[in-house]
Design a binder for this molecule. Structure first.
Ligand code: AMP
Ligand code: MG
Length: 325
């Protein structure tokens, strides 16, 4: 594990050039990065994650100007969104350029692209010159990593190099927007909201992802800790916890501010403050619950506005019908 330094940049570029895998910090979550033009390296990402081949990867570019090298066509609205939000937590799904590997796109005619807002990664991309394909650096279906220690705990020796730039400031995966025939559709919500995107685009943004076929990898169960996750409104938290404790379960509570009157014996996870804090700390708190070995996490849902929309999306998947996947 290397801290942010010139040595880390050089070591990461060396690993990428020989087709190795580097765990990188981004502003959203830690990613498992491979040279996006190296078929063998990209295949190894899927093998290490245990990820199905039809779940495409996001290609991370070092600069907005590389967009045209990876996208076959770039409608003006996509240019506008890239200008406004890159570097940043917005992924654009566009028709792919010829030569983009099927391994990266899952054989689709489209490719997902973004420029991450993380200084260490931007230095690596500038020195490397190419692009990196990177999904979240966790085993498939589990909680995404927001600290280098999470990556080591999940993937350990399967990664050639882990870089550590501290906790990720955003904490949830990027907003994915499909740009098709000038129509905009959110395939995955993130802290950058549909309303902010619509304002810059000057047009409607559809928020219904349109089923799993359109957004591969968006499973009903995902981001799941070992503990069961139960979603409640603030007023329901105390009775829910009482019921679970009475049934002999160990219970942790996750909330923006802790509901008053929690019964003795409840594990109070450090409150996240507000919706932005919920996004930043959600995965770390879920991992903390697993570390403490609790049976159930009772999560008080945020208001469904701003960053709360994406938090709610991930909480619902964490609470999904079956753990893992
Ligand atoms: P992850 O890297 O784990 O955050 O997942 C990346 C996600 O990006 C995938 O699960 C897909 O939902 C999405 N994605 C990547 N490429 C495409 C594409 N060409 N079309 C639609 N969605 C995509
Ligand atoms: Mg992921």
């Amino acid at each position: 594990m290397l801290p942010d330094s010139e040595e880390a940049v050089a070591a990461a570029v060396d690993v990428l050039r020989v087709g190795g895998l580097v765990a990188i910090p981004t502003e959203t979550v830690y990613g498992l990065a491979a040279d996006a033009s190296n078929r063998r390296a990209v295949r190894r990402v899927f093998a290490v994650k245990g990820r199905p081949a039809d779940h495409p990867l996001i290609v991370h570019l070092g600069a907005r100007e590389q967009l045209r090298r990876w996208a076959g066509s770039v409608p003006p609205v996509a240019e506008r969104l890239a200008d406004a939000f890159w570097p940043g937590p917005l992924t654009l799904v566009l028709p792919r350029a010829t030569g983009v590997l099927d391994e990266v796109t899952g054989g689709r005619p489209t490719v997902a692209l973004r420029v991450p807002d993380q200084p260490l990664v931007l230095r690596i991309l500038a020195r490397f010159g190419g692009a990196i394909a990177a999904p979240s650096a966790n085993r498939f279906g589990r909680v995404s990593p927001t600290r280098a220690g999470h990556v080591v705990a999940d993937l350990g020796g399967d990664v050639d190099l882990v870089l550590d730039a501290g906790p990720c400031p955003v904490g949830l995966e990027s907003t994915i927007v499909e740009v098709a025939d000038d129509q905009l559709r959110v395939l995955r919500p993130g802290v950058l909201t549909a309303a902010e995107i619509a304002r810059v685009a000057g047009r409607e943004v559809h928020e219904d992802p349109g089923g799993p076929a359109r957004a591969p990898g968006m499973l009903a169960s995902h981001y799941a800790p070992a503990a069961r996750v139960v979603l409640v409104r603030a007023a329901e938290a105390v009775p829910a916890v009482e019921g679970l404790l009475a049934a002999g379960r160990s219970v942790a509570v996750l909330a923006e501010t802790l509901p008053p009157g929690l019964p003795e014996g409840t594990v109070a996870l450090e409150p996240v403050g507000d919706a932005t804090g919920y996004a930043r700390h959600l995965y770390d708190r879920l991992r903390e619950a697993d570390r403490l070995g609790v049976d159930v996490v009772v999560a008080v849902v945020p208001a469904p506005t701003g960053a709360g929309v994406a938090v709610l999306d991930r909480l619902r998947r964490a609470a999904g019908p079956t753990a893992g996947g």
